[in-house]
Design a protein around this ligand. Structure first.
Ligand SMILES: Cc1ncc(C[n+]2csc(CCOP(=O)(O)OP(=O)(O)O)c2C)c(N)n1
Length: 578
């Protein structure tokens, strides 16, 4: 057999110029991505994705070569969270695809719109344990909105369009498209079986029913003496921040947020009581506890927000609005429900909400605020929190902060005051260590005119340390702040408080010279003590390119207050000795 014929049979051959009117699967994918607004792909190649990488050379879409597929998914996730667009990541089959799984699950838990493209062995080998074959569809079904296998080149365009529609519609989330190599190299006429991604849109509630439910919620809200609004991540995703802000101001209703909801509404309007949950603000938790009516918008009441569900908001009637029917009543029994686009629902509710002063409710809240400040609950972030605020003070107003996981995450989300809904990015649902650096790469590429600072602990930083090479190679001016306490700090705190200070498997040690490591990757770096950070912050600020600031922290620096596991959200502890 001739070489060309052999290559074609093996699914390697790209038929350039042979079928002038036809396109290969790879070309169709890139053209559809472009039509769907994709400007960048975060990826890592393998033999099974080479047909795409080859065609990418002629495409206006820029491919960023990450150093690990997990990081490619986090970068696409960070890009999506920073821009509101759909992020796209690409890996090869087998190990490349499984490496992306953690990143896909992270996006799924926080409803980030993402397209994960995975290479796959040729269709004739599917199910034969072929080299680098993995059933990535089976693996990812529970962590995607849907996972598609491309069986036929004629389905490529319509499937990809459907994937985009799914990723961004309703409650957004990741969608995986698995691409056998022979489908990428086969060709067909474009549009042959296309349905242009027009899915039948499910109507869950009739408009009349919906209006009735909106009226009912507004009536409860107007009658309530101690109402409160809980803002979840769905408010940003549903682009309902302005409308909700208007409703809050009109009804003078205090609000709290979940961790994902932080930054949705301008905190300086005086109605923000902070965020709720295990590591939330005391005032937010206690106000929820005493409220008589809760309007929960775009939140699924995760266990991290509610703590002990049996004792959550014992006095309140609860109304929940969400676009995702499966989120309604999923974790907490609710009294009133509305399945709806949040922006539409709130817009319709504004005229129905009465102007009220609520002097007694605010008096009570202010008293509680004073008490909690006396108990010292605001100082729980200590010197690390101060350093984060100092960094925010010297950075431009629209700087985006990306938090990792651990004590550093709590320090960051409690201390960084986002000025825009997308000004603080963190992974709430999965709590994935190693998220911040790759997500900051994606965010920086998405919002190039804005500064991006990643905050991490030493443990999380090691988890995707290879991405320093990506930052350095593309000279991305990302700033990285690593809190180095030589420990898995949050684990250490839990062992200290709840396991009789029997520390095990939490010490990382201080043998690694992070400044030298960063410089080895070609990134300028400096080290400061958390108590004396000015010079380091200034150097970081003045550096045009990427910069790593290593911040030395005492391992006994913890985060307070917190709700011990299993307790209700008013049973917080304030110090080690409580
Ligand atoms: C991938 C992953 N593995 C394990 C955990 C469990 N975990 C949560 S916080 C934490 C410690 C984080 O340590 P570090 O990154 O040093 O941050 P610090 O708490 O010291 O700020 C660990 C191990 C996790 N969230 N993610």
């Amino acid at each position: 057999m001739q070489k060309a014929a052999i290559l074609e049979k093996c699914g390697f051959f790209i038929k350039i110029g042979r079928y002038k009117m036809e396109k290969t699967g790879a070309e169709i994918i890139l053209q559809t991505l472009k039509e769907e607004g994709t400007e960048v792909i975060f990826g890592y190649p393998g033999a099974n994705t080479l047909p795409i990488h080859d065609r990418l050379m002629e495409s206006p879409i820029k491919h960023y070569l990450m150093r690990h597929e997990q990081a490619a998914a986090h970068a696409a996730d960070g890009y999506a969270r920073a821009t509101g667009k759909v992020g796209v990541c690409l890996s090869t089959s087998g190990p490349g695809a499984t490496n992306m799984v953690t990143g896909i699950a992270t996006a799924y838990m926080d409803s980030t719109p993402l397209i994960a493209l995975t290479g796959q062995v040729t269709t004739n080998l599917l199910g034969s344990d072929a080299f680098q074959e993995t059933d990535i569809i089976g693996i990812t079904m529970p962590i995607t909105k849907h996972s598609f296998l491309l069986n036929d080149v004629e389905e490529v365009e319509s499937t990809l369009k459907e994937a985009f529609e799914l990723a961004r519609s309703g409650r957004p989330g990741p969608v995986l498209v698995d691409m056998p190599r022979d489908v990428l190299t086969a060709s067909c006429k474009l549009d042959s079986k296309s349905n242009n991604g027009q899915r039948s849109k499910k109507q869950h509630t009739s408009p009349k029913e919906k209006l009735e439910q909106i009226k009912q919620i507004a009536t409860y809200l107007n009658r309530a003496e101690r109402p409160i609004i809980i803002i979840g991540g769905g408010v940003k995703l549903g682009k309902a921040c302005t409308q909700l802000s208007e409703l809050i101001k009109k009804g003078r209703i205090p609000f709290v947020t979940t961790m994902m909801g932080i930054g949705s509404i301008d905190s300086s309007n005086g109605f923000n009581l902070g965020f709720i949950g295990t590591h939330g603000n005391e005032l937010a938790n206690s106000t929820i506890h005493h409220s008589d009516f809760i309007l929960a918008v775009g939140t699924r009441f995760s266990d991290r927000s509610t703590s002990n569900i049996e004792e959550f908001a014992p006095l309140a009637t609860i109304a929940q609005i969400d676009i995702d029917p499966t989120s309604i009543g999923k974790n907490i029994k609710v009294d009133l429900q509305l399945i709806s686009d949040i922006r539409e629902a709130i817009t319709e509710m504004i005229p129905l909400v009465e102007k009220k002063e609520r002097p007694e409710w605010f008096q009570r809240i202010n008293k509680e605020r004073e008490l909690s400040e006396k108990r010292g609950s605001r100082e729980g972030c200590g010197p690390a929190g101060k350093l984060i605020s100092m960094i925010q003070d010297v950075m431009p107003e629209k700087t985006t902060a990306v938090a990792d996981v651990g004590l550093n995450q709590i320090w960051t989300v409690r201390s960084w005051q986002p000025k825009t809904p997308r000004g603080l990015i963190t992974c709430g649902g999965m709590g994935t260590m190693g998220f911040s650096v790759p997500a900051a790469i994606g965010a920086k590429i998405g919002v190039q005119n804005q500064e991006v600072v990643a905050f991490s602990g030493d443990g999380g930083f090691y988890m995707n340390i290879q991405e320093l090479a990506t930052i350095s190679y593309y000279n991305l001016p990302v700033k990285i702040v690593v809190f180095n306490n030589g420990n898995l700090g949050m684990i250490r705190q839990l062992q200290d408080l709840f396991y009789g200070a029997r520390f095990n498997a939490c010490e990382l040690g201080n043998k690694v010279d992070m400044v030298m490591v960063a410089k080895g990757f070609g990134i300028d770096a400096g080290r400061v003590s958390v108590n004396d950070p000015e010079s380091g912050i200034e150097k970081m600020r003045k550096t045009d390119g990427p910069y790593l600031l290593e911040v030395m922290v005492d391992p006994d620096t913890y985060v307070f207050p917190l709700i011990p596991p299993g307790l209700s959200n008013i049973e917080m502890i304030y110090r080690r000795s409580d």
